[in-house]
Design a binder for this molecule. Structure first.
Ligand SMILES: *Cc1c(COP(=O)(O)O)cnc(C)c1O
Length: 425
């Protein structure tokens, strides 16, 4: 069984971070070094994107009842943070081909109470945002950019016009440090205010972080192909849902006290590991993942639509396809040894009760139908082709949706290259 997602971290990285727990260095110095590496004088290194976004809203102190326009698909916590600041999230719909903001929906969403726009780049796509940035500038709105799913290394630290650009190093993200967020903030006063507010928060304990490192080291071992297959099949044989097992294990800041948990400074070892991940990041890994994504798109495009396929920039952090009967597709994939999964960690932002017309209908149509196919550098092209065959067989029986329009026009040059990577983890 090919696991749905591999933790993007190796044992040396994990050992380095554990070592840092035993030989602590000054967190302030580590933070300064990391912030210099990312975008000098513009960066704040946080415990997570959610922590940083919370600080940004605190620093802005927008009047209660102000509206924040939010691209319609994101993680529920981002919406929760907006609401906690007394602000009103208003969804802006997406176009399914690119996963860009629908400009008509954006125009309709604005009212005199609108103060900011939050856009999330989804699934590894990256939108140009120029039009949205112009729109924001003309109306005096602040543009926040959620790049948690769009990390490609230091070559992209955010759109030049964005007030804040946020990158996550959470467990399931590219180049994970099992936590951590880097925010590039345009306005120096806002940045200073965020730093002052963070300095007043308690610091994540290094032993708490160490426990986290050990927990994920264990999970990494369990996600090797034979062991994962064994656990998965056993769980199924016991008549239980393997989905719940996996999702329960990777939930960040799970449980009550959400705000107490995110309102912390990052520990020294976390800052050291984020620095290592960013400084040593090899863009060739993104290039390979992109090639694999394009290869899969070229082979599956005729049968299943992949939201975001037409995006000019796409690094395939994940590979989504739309299925009318997602349970059936997931079952067929499992049968063939691929652990596909639904998008249950994300949500469609709901409009305020008095503005039903602002419902994001496209987002509502696509999100529940999304199935993520396993895609990471450890997979081989031949396995991707086998996965594409599963899709094609189902499509022939009429399971596909979204038309046959994701054809591999953007996918070229993926060739028949065989994988040079042999191992699964
Ligand atoms: C993962 C994710 C976040 C949260 O990142 P953390 O660093 O875990 O807080 C926010 N937005 C999107 C779109 C994400 O995928």
């Amino acid at each position: 069984m090919w696991v749905r997602k591999l933790l993007d971290i190796n044992c040396l990285d994990l050992a380095y971070a554990v070592g840092n727990c035993f030989a602590p260095r000054s967190p302030a110095a580590l933070a300064a070094r990391l912030e210099r590496l990312w975008a000098p004088n513009k960066t704040i290194a946080c415990l997570s994107v959610r922590s940083g976004f919370d600080l940004w809203l605190s620093a802005l102190a927008l009047p209660r009842g102000s509206e924040v326009l939010v691209s319609a698909i994101t993680i529920p916590d981002m919406v929760r943070i907006i609401e906690d600041h007394g602000l009103v999230p208003v969804p802006v719909d997406l176009d399914a081909d690119h996963l860009a903001m629908d400009i008509d929906s954006l125009r309709r969403a604005v009212t005199p109470r609108t103060r900011a726009i939050l856009f999330a780049h989804l699934f590894g796509t990256r939108q140009p945002l120029d039009e949205v940035a112009d729109f924001a500038q003309q109306r005096g709105l602040l543009l926040a950019e959620d790049c948690a799913q769009a990390f490609v290394g230091r070559e992209f630290t955010g759109h030049p016009e964005a007030e804040v650009s946020m990158f996550s190093f959470g467990p399931i993200k590219t180049a994970t440090a099992l936590g951590g967020g880097l925010l590039r903030v345009r306005d120096p006063q806002t940045l200073a205010s965020m730093k002052a507010k963070m300095a007043a928060q308690p610091r994540q304990g290094r032993w708490a972080y160490c426990r986290r490192l050990l927990k994920y080291t264990g999970m990494k071992l369990l996600s090797t192909r034979p062991i994962y297959s064994l656990i998965f099949r056993t769980w199924q044989a016991l008549g239980r849902d393997p989905d719940r097992l996996v999702n329960g294990a990777v939930r960040g800041f799970a449980g009550p006290d959400f705000f107490r948990r995110i309102r912390k400074q990052p520990s020294g070892p976390l800052l050291a590991l984020v620095h290592r991940r960013v400084a040593k990041f090899d863009p060739a890994r993104i290039a390979r993942r992109t090639r694999l994504g394009e290869h899969l798109l070229a082979h599956s495009g005729g049968s299943f639509m992949s939201p975001g396929f037409a995006s000019d920039v796409h690094s395939y952090w994940v590979f989504p396809v739309l299925a009318d009967d997602s349970a059936r597709l997931i079952a067929a994939l499992r049968e063939a040894g691929f652990d596909g999964s639904s998008a249950h960690s994300m949500c469609v932002v709901q409009p305020p009760a008095d503005r039903p017309a602002q419902r994001a209908t496209t987002a509502e149509q696509i999100l529940p139908r999304i199935v993520f196919l396993p895609l990471y550098n450890q997979l081989y092209e031949s396995e991707l082709e086998r996965m594409a065959e599963v899709l094609e067989a189902l499509a022939k029986r009429g399971e596909a949706t979204g038309g046959r329009r994701s054809g591999g026009t953007r996918a070229s040059g993926s060739g028949d290259r065989k994988s040079e990577v042999g191992s699964v983890v």
